[in-house]
Design a protein around this ligand. Structure first.
Ligand code: FAD
Ligand code: SF4
Length: 525
């Protein structure tokens, strides 16, 4: 009879960290790592092929790295079993291996933590859930910070994190004398465009990744997105190389141009590191230290380094804290009672609106769009149109290479759709087409005019922007942060208001997808 297993150490697809707390006291003689590829993780939203491939390839590479360290891995390949979800696969392993205890680092998703807790209860096996050291603040500390405040605001949290960690601080004061460089960091590329930007480092597919790409194509032929450009880091070494490449070539200009957009330039000066961070191939601290080093060596200016660190030390940790404080109710929030379906073109890119076509097409090609494209193009359009936040959430969770729920959901439901009623964003991020015109060259190649709201060539963003202000006038007219924006309605007379509402209604009718046109808009399994 084989020796009884002491710890069954569960490693999830977004926990690919060789220094994970779950491995701290790993005993190669008595413990075993457990990993499983299950269909439900690929299909609970209609996942982009590249997103599925990234998880599978990175998991298979991680398994090999664990085995090289002498650890035994109980690994369930997608094709080697008939389990649907993690729970089914784990239940069977518990039955056959009879471990004394399950060990896991705190999962990123509420749904997964729930499933593992309930399975431990059902099988009567002890469960040890360990804190995730990847993050710079633990949940109890975050909750403590949050409990002391009436309003939870990023700026406040970010300053707290800077002071607490000493990052970008000198003698208790912010380095450079100010906390942020937002004013310097909103540059556009002007008429001449961005010029030549060094292409981000790409990673050739090895045999293991090639096998995954073929498998994904075979198993999920109807899923959105393309695998033709798949070049994402799938190992810790590759993630390190991607980080070095960003620091060397793009970090110096990251700050000023982080909000700018340009036709056929999907990456600009962005890092493309979110997928490596979220799979834990890279630690947040490692990424921050690399940026600080570039600052100390005079390679990158403070405005860029601060702009970058704000995203990782500020936003990323902030949304994680809020996610865990608000779940599971957060998933249902719909403060503006938005009730329209997601337009079908979100899954195809087939629209004559150039900004949306560019953003969605590159999303399908690469599984990537940068923050302002997500927030102020696809997100803004869905918000102005009044799309059900849950459908918007399912789209974002499906189509981005870096999409994991704990970071995607607060960004989508909270920051982009204002569905949490102002928990994350102090006011709705709404703008007319003129914002997109200022920050990009998209409008110069579009049949619509961002200055027009009711004319024949009216920009749909601009029509829907005024319609949004009219529809939500009551709610925001006296709002401390939004009232100024709503006051602009005073310039619009009754006839113009009627024309806007008529035009917006016609747009909404034209954009409402029929059942057959909507590829997937709800969960399926
Ligand atoms: P960069 O622009 O180079 O930024 C550097 C890093 O900062 C990112 O890699 C990321 O780790 C972090 N970061 C930047 N902005 C944010 C933010 N708002 N919240 C948390 N971390 C941030 N990010 C995800 O990682 N996964 C998601 O599923 C996701 N969904 C989003 C959905 C919407 C509607 C919006 C508006 C934003 C979303 N973001 C998400 C945040 C952000 O857009 C991405 O992190 C970023 O675009 C990834 O590209 P990058 O690695 O080149 O980032
Ligand atoms: Fe987008 Fe309107 Fe500009 Fe066209 S005119 S690119 S729809 S903002």
């Amino acid at each position: 009879m084989p020796n009884k297993i002491r710890h069954l150490v569960i490693v999830l697809g977004d926990q690919l960290d060789l220094e994970s707390g779950a491995l701290d006291d790993f005993d190669v003689a008595r413990d075993r790592v457990w990993m499983a590829e299950v269909p439900q993780e690929a299909t609970h939203v209609w996942s982009h092929k590249a997103r599925i491939a990234l998880f599978l390839s990175a998991m298979r590479h991680h398994r090999k790295a664990l085995e090289r360290q002498g650890r035994v891995v109980e690994y369930h390949h997608l094709g080697g079993h008939s389990y649907l979800g993690l729970q089914d696969a784990l239940r069977d392993s518990i039955r056959s291996l009879q471990p004394e205890q399950l060990v896991i680092v705190h999962p990123g998703d509420h749904r997964v933590l729930d499933a593992i807790r309930s399975l431990a209860q059902e099988t009567g096996v002890a469960l040890d859930v360990r804190p995730d050291r990847h993050f710079l603040i633990d949940m109890p500390e975050f909750e403590d910070w949050a409990r002391k405040r009436k309003l939870l605001r990023l700026e406040d949290f970010y300053r707290f994190m800077r002071s607490r960690t000493g990052i970008l601080m000198e003698d208790g004061r912010p380095r450079g004398g100010v906390w942020n460089f937002d004013r310097e960091n909103r540059k556009t590329f002007g008429k001449r465009g961005p010029g030549a930007i060094p292409a981000p480092r790409s990673f050739a597919t090895d045999d293991r990744t090639l096998e995954v790409l073929l498998e994904v194509e075979r198993r999920y032929p109807d899923h959105p997105g393309s695998l033709a450009n798949f070049d994402w880091p799938v190992t810790r070494e590759q993630a390190e190389q991607a980080l070095a490449d960003f620091i060397e070539h793009r970090l110096p200009a990251f700050g000023p141009y982080q909000d700018a957009m340009w036709t056929d330039e999907p990456f600009l000066y962005h890092s493309r590191l979110a997928s490596s961070l979220n799979l834990k191939l890279l630690s947040a601290r490692r990424v921050i230290d690399a940026a600080l080093e570039a600052l100390d060596e005079g390679h990158a200016p403070l405005a860029s380094v601060e702009g970058f660190i704000r995203q990782v030390l500020g936003w990323r940790e902030f949304v994680r804290g809020l996610y865990w404080m608000q779940m599971p109710e957060y998933l249902k929030r719909n403060a503006l009672a938005a009730d329209r379906p997601l337009p079908a073109f979100y899954w195809t890119g087939e629209t004559d609106m150039q900004c949306l076509r560019q953003t969605i097409t590159q999303t399908l090609e690469f599984g990537y769009a940068h923050h302002i494209q997500r927030l102020m193009v696809t997100g803004l359009f869905a918000l102005l149109l009044g799309v059900r936040p849950h459908n918007v959430h399912e789209w974002y969770l499906a189509v981005y290479i870096d999409a994991v729920e704990w970071v995607e959901l607060p960004n989508t439901l909270g920051m982009s759709q204002y569905a949490d009623g102002g928990l994350i964003a102090s006011k709705p991020y709404v703008a007319s087409g003129k914002y997109i015109q200022r920050m990009s060259n998209y409008c110069s190649q579009c049949p619509y005019n961002p200055a027009h709201a009711t004319e024949g060539d009216a920009c749909p963003f601009t029509t829907l922007y005024w319609d949004f202000l009219l529809r939500h006038h009551k709610r925001f007219a006296d709002h401390p942060r939004a009232a100024l924006q709503w006051r602009s309605l005073e310039r619009i007379d009754t006839n113009k208001r009627r024309a806007i509402r008529r035009k917006a209604e016609a747009l909404k009718q034209a954009l409402a997808p029929s059942e057959t046109e909507t590829p997937r808009s709800t969960h399926h399994g």
